[in-house]
Design a protein around this ligand. Sequence first.
Ligand code: IMP
Length: 191
Amino acid sequence: MKLVFATNNPNKLKEVQEILPPTIELLSLADINCFDEIEETATTLEGNAKLKANYITEKFGYNCFADDTGLEVQALNGQPGVYSARYASEPVNSENNMHKLLNELEGKNNRNAQFRTSICLNLDGEQFLFDGVCEGEILTSKQGVEGFGYDPLFKPKGYTISFAEMDSSEKNRISHRGLAIQKLIKFLASF
Ligand code: IMP
């Protein structure tokens, strides 16, 4: 089965490719010659995942899934959440986002946080949603160089190392996106 993953993020593609069974041929946006900037204008993770999946299905006619992820920090009332990608001001990048997060949490004892991923799958005219949550806490300084985004600041519950200190297979096993993808795979296998 050919399935488009509506992302331009090579890290996400690599993570997902590692989990999917070989019966599913994963296509990136570049593989289908889609170089459009798909605006994430919804106010929820689910809304953005739907928006991206629908754009591809409607314009290119492929079965497709899209994800949106947010980092929800308890002491910040769930922020940055759906706005995690553009948390800090310009230029938009992970270094600035992490810097802002550390500043916002300075002096706060509660550093509990969770990553949440929402996946929308458009398959043969029907739409299905899957989610995955990974609880943990925000470290007081960056640790590790693997992964991407907020990984150096996120220590999953029950671990002494950050996501950025794990290899990708270990992160995949417990991460928000890994768990959501595992639900997606289970679903596809039963289809
Ligand atoms: P999006 O799902 O690509 O829109 O991601 C939203 C924001 O969360 C971006 O800043 C990403 O870098 C960050 N992000 C998404 N997934 C992860 C992850 O697995 N680890 C760390 N940061 C992530």
